[in-house]
Design a protein around this ligand. Sequence first.
Ligand code: UD1
Ligand code: MG
Length: 443
Amino acid sequence: MSQKEPLAIIILAAGKGTRMKSDKPKVMHDIAGRPMIGWLLETAQSLNPQKIIVVTAPGMDDVAAAVAPHQIAIQKEQKGTGDAVKPALEFLKDFNGKVLVLLGDEPFLDKAVLEEMIGWNGLSVMAVRPLSPKGLGRMIANDDGTLHSIVEERDASEDQKNIRLCNAGNFCIPSSHLGKWLSQLQTNNTQGEYYLTDIPKIAEKDGYLTYVVETDVQWVWGINTRAELSEHERMAQMRLRDRAMAGGATLIDPNTIYLAFDTVLGKDVVVEPNVFFGRGVRVEDGVTIHAFSHLQDVLIKAGASIGPFARIRGDALIGTNAKIGNFVEVKKSTIGDGAKANHLAYIGDCDVGKKSNIGAGTITCNYDGFDKHKTKIGDGVFVGSNSTLVAPVTLEDGVFVGAGSVVTHNAPKDSLIVARSHQLIKKGWAALYRARKSKNKGS
Ligand code: UD1
Ligand code: MG
């Protein structure tokens, strides 16, 4: 065992991802709110490598941005997984140690299994027995059980296709032999590609037997299609829900609650069914999130109550014990401690002070067709139902806005604002009207 040997990791991500039928590079498809390559990078980093090199194709700038500050090697033409490792070699000229080659379309790797591969003094490969082996390379054994070769499904005979043990795709290779073995790869296969999977056969000639580390997997392995992407999403969700519950949150029906990779739920948070968490949501202790709410980019402070049917997004902050009720949208706003917007409102680009009450139907008119403007609402303000606050506008502490007002001017502290047409009263008018109408109808 030589665990302390320096480690470099190469992640292959230059493939076209043809089977995804997408304009986006495959590794940029999201799983629980983050590109699949982000999941893999997190695991790769946890192994403390000296360097991580990500292989991309020309023009994949979004991948380069997603993996910064790691090094990018460009594979000019996609000629197979073996060829893809070659452009990374120039970053390993002075490197002496283990090189772990990972496939960018396998986001969920078990760190312990990778450590076992790295710990082997020689060449190692990861293997799986997934429920559906479709599309995977098969591990062909020698009579004594050692690995003979890996055969891609397209190149496999019917007998070989019946082999359940598959190539997981990841190799750990001594840097001393990597360049030499890669240079011996050939393209004599149905795809005319340089297969990384041919390395074991080549290594054997140099006296290296490949150590096969099998990892347990009950589901599909690797993402080549949208169906496999959704299967990985399902796995990610299961793990994230378990993590949230282990942290002390109650998820009433976990299967209907969608979490993002970075969702943080505090203790005694209760989440009712059908709630969606986008990226950047932090929920403090004792918060209840009622059914059918959609949250993104928000800090919800302790004891607050959200929904049902609430939408919160865009760098929002909901204060301690505040209430955001049904059919309320909050965008890029702060809601003060104990403030309430219980029904049907749009609060955008707005600061609401402590214990203010936003009546049903209140709308902040934050957009003039060109620019966004701010509404400032002080502490203890009462905004009557169906009011329209035309930003930029400020309501100072203690202001009372009469229902149905269109507020266009700033309101000083503790003032009453009534900005609507006066009520007209004509006594007896309705009775006269009905009498006249029914007489006409009768004649
Ligand atoms: C590969 C393995 C297969 C294994 C499976 C596990 C080979 C030849 N086959 O097949 O044995 O069971 O993974 O998931 O290795 N890539 C490049 N440049 C290329 C080609 C691919 O960077 O020229 C990258 C892709 O972006 C992808 C990864 O390598 O992230 C794997 O390529 P993919 O085409 O998905 O290989 P599989 O057919 O899945
Ligand atoms: Mg693949």
